[in-house]
Design a protein around this ligand. Structure first.
Ligand SMILES: *Cc1c(COP(=O)(O)O)cnc(C)c1O
Length: 413
C-alpha cells in the first residue's frame, strides 16, 4: 500500500486559497528533499554516483535549485531546459544532455555549457563533430531493440525511436574516439513508470555486460554508465513504491560480478529520474464548481486537462482526496471533469468518492512530475500557479498563474 495522506489540511488549504485561488500546484519541499536523500543514500556505495534530475518532469527553477542543493544535476533535452539549468547554476558536467532529433543550436548550447552530451544516433557523431567539435567526453544511448523483445520486464524497445543499435554502438564509440573523444559514457532508458525493482537490476546487467564487451572488443574504457530514469511511483493506493535499496543491492552484486571481476572498477553510475523524485510530492489542488446528473454523475472542478494531461492522454490513474471528507463513506460514483470541450477531459471515471458539494477542495495526487510541465492553453484554458510548501510550513509562489495578457502576448494583433 502507498500512503495517500496529505502534508496539509483543510484550514491550511482555505488559507492558501485566499491568497492564491484554485487551481494551483503545491509541491512539498520537505518530502522532495527527503526523497532525494533516500536515493543518494541507497547508492552511496558508488564512488561518484550522480542523479541528473529529468528537467522535463518539473521544469521550475526553484525545484531544480533545491535538488541541486541536494547534489543533483539536471538532465535536459532542449535549449530552454539547458537555459533553466544554467540560470540555477547547474552547469558543465552537472548537466546530462540526453536529447533526440537534436537541432544544431542545442548542441552548440550544450557544448558551451560543458554539458555531458549523450548522443541518440550514429549520424549525430559527424554532425556534432562538424558543427561544434567533438568534446573530450561523449556518451552514447543504447537501444537494445529486438534482443529484448518478449522480455516483459524491458518492454518493447524495438518500437522506440531512441538510441543506437548494438552494432552501431560499437562503431559509434570507435568513430567518436577517432574524432578526438577520450572519455566515454553509456546510457540507456527503455521503460518508464516501472515499479519492478528487478527491471533496473537487469538494465544494469545489460550495461555492465556492454562495458565489458566495449573494453574487450574496442579497447573503450567507460567512465560511467547511465541507467536513465523511469523508476515508477505508486499512483494507485494498492501499489508499492520501488524499493531503492533492493535496486541498489542488486546492482552492487552485479557490479562486483561483472565490473570488478573484469578489472573495470571504478565505473561511475548515474541516473536521470524525474517521476520518482517529484511525482509523489506535488499535488494539483482544485475545487468543485458544479455537480451534474445525466446518464452519469459528474463533479466539475476548476482545473482541467490543460493543467494535468496524464489522465486524458494516458488514461492514467491519479488518486483524489476530497479534503476534510477522508473518513466519510466513499459511496458516490462520479466522473471528475474539467471544462475543456473534449470528452477525455476527466480526472477520474467512475470513481467512488464521498459526497461532494460545490466549494469542496479536491486534491489530485502524484502530480509533481509530468504535471504542470505538460500543461497547455487549448480551448483558452490557462496554466495554473505553482506553489512551494516550504520546510517551515510557509507557502511561496514559484510560478504565477497565466493571465489573459499572457494568452494574447504572442499574438501579432
Ligand atoms: C523522460 C526521461 C527521463 C525521466 O523519466 P522519468 O519517468 O520521469 O523518471 C529520463 N531520461 C530521459 C532520456 C527521458 O526522456
Amino acid at each position: 500500500m502507498s500512503d495517500k495522506s496529505l502534508p496539509f489540511d483543510l484550514p491550511k488549504l482555505q488559507a492558501i486559497s485566499k491568497q492564491f485561488p484554485t487551481p494551483f500546484y503545491l509541491y512539498d519541499e520537505r518530502a522532495i528533499r527527503a526523497g532525494a536523500r533516500r536515493l543518494l543514500r541507497a547508492f552511496s556505495w558508488v564512488d561518484g554516483f550522480q542523479e541528473y534530475f529529468a528537467v522535463k518532469a518539473t521544469p521550475n527553477p526553484h525545484i531544480l535549485k533545491l535538488l541541486a542543493e541536494e547534489g543533483f544535476g539536471g538532465d535536459c533535452s532542449s535549449l530552454p531546459e539547458l537555459a533553466l539549468c544554467e540560470r540555477v547554476g547547474i552547469t558543465a558536467e552537472q548537466i546530462m544532455f540526453t536529447s533526440n532529433n537534436t537541432p544544431a543550436n542545442e548542441f552548440v548550447k550544450a557544448r558551451e555549457l560543458g554539458a555531458v552530451i549523450n548522443l541518440d544516433d550514429l549520424t549525430h557523431i559527424p554532425f556534432l563533430a562538424e558543427r561544434v567539435g567533438m568534446p573530450e567526453l561523449i556518451s552514447l544511448r543504447y537501444n537494445p531493440g529486438p534482443q529484448r523483445t518478449g522480455n516483459a520486464i524491458i518492454g518493447n524497445p524495438a518500437e522506440a525511436k531512441y538510441g543506437f543499435t548494438r552494432p552501431q554502438l560499437l562503431d559509434g564509440f570507435r568513430q567518436a574516439r577517432d574524432l578526438g573523444a577520450h572519455r566515454f559514457g553509456l546510457h540507456t532508458m527503455v521503460a518508464s513508470n516501472e515499479l519492478n525493482a528487478g527491471y533496473f537490476i537487469e538494465t544494469a546487467r545489460m550495461l555492465f555486460e556492454l562495458a565489458v564487451e566495449l573494453a574487450d572488443r574496442c579497447d573503450i574504457r567507460l567512465e560511467f554508465v547511465n541507467l536513465g530514469g523511469g523508476i515508477g511511483i505508486p499512483y494507485r493506493p494498492e501499489e508499492q513504491p520501488v524499493d531503492l535499496d533492493e535496486v541498489s543491492h542488486g546492482i552492487h552484486q552485479l557490479y562486483d560480478e561483472l565490473i570488478v571481476a573484469a578489472g573495470l572498477h571504478p565505473l561511475r553510475l548515474c541516473m536521470e529520474n524525474g517521476r520518482c523524485i517529484t511525482g509523489p510530492f506535488g499535488y494539483l489542488v482544485t475545487r468543485a464548481i458544479h455537480k451534474k446528473h445525466t446518464y452519469k454523475e459528474y463533479v466539475g472542478v476548476d482545473a482541467c486537462m490543460a493543467n494535468l494531461m496524464r489522465p486524458g492522454m494516458y488514461g492514467a490513474y491519479h488518486h483524489i482526496t476530497v479534503v476534510g471528507k477522508e473518513n466519510e463513506p466513499h459511496d458516490v460514483t462520479v466522473d471528475v471533469v474539467g471544462s475543456l470541450c473534449e470528452n477525455n477531459d476527466k480526472f477520474a471515471i467512475d470513481r467512488p468518492l464521498p459526497k461532494i458539494e460545490a466549494g469542496d477542495f479536491l486534491v489530485i495526487h502524484d502530480a509533481g512530475a509530468h504535471g504542470h510541465g505538460m500543461g497547455f492553453q487549448y480551448n483558452g484554458r490557462l496554466r495554473s500557479a505553482e506553489l512551494l510548501l516550504q520546510e517551515d510550513g510557509t507557502v511561496r509562489q514559484i510560478r504565477r498563474a497565466e493571465t489573459l495578457d499572457d494568452y494574447f502576448s504572442t499574438l501579432e494583433f
